[in-house]
Write a protein that binds this ligand. Structure first.
Ligand SMILES: Nc1nc2c(ncn2[C@@H]2O[C@H](COP(=O)(O)OP(=O)(O)O)[C@@H](O)[C@H]2O)c(=O)[nH]1
Ligand SMILES: [Mg+2]
Length: 312
């Protein structure tokens, strides 16, 4: 698989695909790619979409994408399925099935599965977003299959999080469980062609009232995504939130926090790998294990000695 940064900077979509794969698989040179592109990130509007399976996330994001395309913006989607070890999987099948967008050169769709650890998936998603951002895509969606904790961690890579709920499904309870009410910047009640939207609306309002008062009160929009109803209002709400983030300084705050936790995580990873390679695989370590096992010494003394050597 050949890859050149030149193709990437020239806007070659295949080069973007390859860059994401190299980074996703942590192949040789992946860090060099990230180093090259980092300075060119931070431009895109990054929107996370979460909600129960079947809530209409894919339908809604497609409808939203069409609106952004009509404004002349280019769009990226990272569709993340933490339940699947395959990039691709059901979520991509979904997209190919329903998508006229796959033919649009202004839309780039990528799906990601676990293929490794869950913790890693959130960072790989963040890296894929950065690659799309540096590539020049204007709006980037992070779409998850469900509402579990790993999904919540994944959408935290977005600047604005959209939570999609459906009337009459007891979604309210699910949302509270997974803590998605706290991360929602914009709420969408989709499938408003069904009964129960008013009730759900009241429930969300009540939940929001219980939370701490914030400068941003998450708006609740109503849509029928497959009929393109209410979608313009969602675009407007997303725009309002973006403006709020910029003007209040919250965007910088969030990005600074994210840079901090990203760096700490990378440092943790590096040190863990070092420990793997230089300590736990050595014969010396096995000897220590044996000595502790036979109670000739104790783990506290051994750890003091090993850690003391690392930080000498
Ligand atoms: N009645 C109704 N069906 C919808 C609406 N939005 C999406 N759907 C349908 O709900 C199903 C699940 O939608 P999908 O976008 O795949 O949900 P996801 O799992 O959250 O991505 C599909 O059959 C959609 O056509 C809506 O507003 N009303
Ligand atoms: Mg979907």
């Amino acid at each position: 698989m050949e890859f050149s940064m030149k193709d990437f900077w020239n806007g070659n979509r295949r080069a973007l695909a390859r860059a994401i794969t190299i980074v996703e698989d942590e192949r040789d040179g992946f860090e060099d790619i990230m180093k090259d592109i980092y300075h060119h990130t931070g431009r895109a509007q990054v929107i996370g979409i979460t909600g129960a399976p079947g809530a209409g996330k894919s339908t809604l994001s497609d409808a939203l994408i069409k609106k952004y395309r009509a404004q002349g913006k280019t769009v990226g989607i990272v569709a993340v399925d933490p339940t699947s070890p395959f990039s691709g999987g059901a979520i991509l099948g979904d997209r190919i099935r329903m998508n006229d967008l796959t033919l649009d050169k202004g839309v780039y769709i990528r799906s990601m599965g676990t293929r490794g650890s869950l913790g890693g998936l959130s960072r790989k998603t963040a890296d894929a977003v950065k690659l799309m951002d540096a590539f020049g895509l204007d709006v980037i969606f992070i779409e998850t299959v469900g509402v579990g904790q790993s999904e919540v961690d994944i959408v935290k890579n977005a600047d604005t999080t959209l939570v999609v709920l459906v009337p009459g499904l007891g979604d309210d309870i699910q949302a509270i469980k997974a803590g998605i009410l706290e991360i929602g910047d914009v709420f969408v009640i989709n499938k408003c062609d069904r009964d129960g939207a008013d009730r759900l609306n009241v429930e969300i309002e009540m939940m929001l009232d219980l939370g701490e008062a914030q400068n941003w009160r998450p708006p609740i929009e109503r849509t029928i995504a497959n009929k393109d109803q209410g979608v313009d209002d969602v675009v407007a709400a997303l725009g309002d939130h973006r403006k709020y983030l910029e003007e209040s300084g919250v965007l910088d705050e969030r990005r600074r926090d994210r840079a901090r936790s990203e760096m700490l995580e990378m440092i943790h990873d590096r040190i863990s790998r070092h420990i793997e390679e230089t300590i736990s695989k050595t014969g010396e370590f096995s000897d220590y294990v044996e000595q502790v096992f036979e109670r000739k010494t104790d783990p506290y003394t051994v750890v003091d000695s090993i850690v003391g050597k690392i930080f000498k």
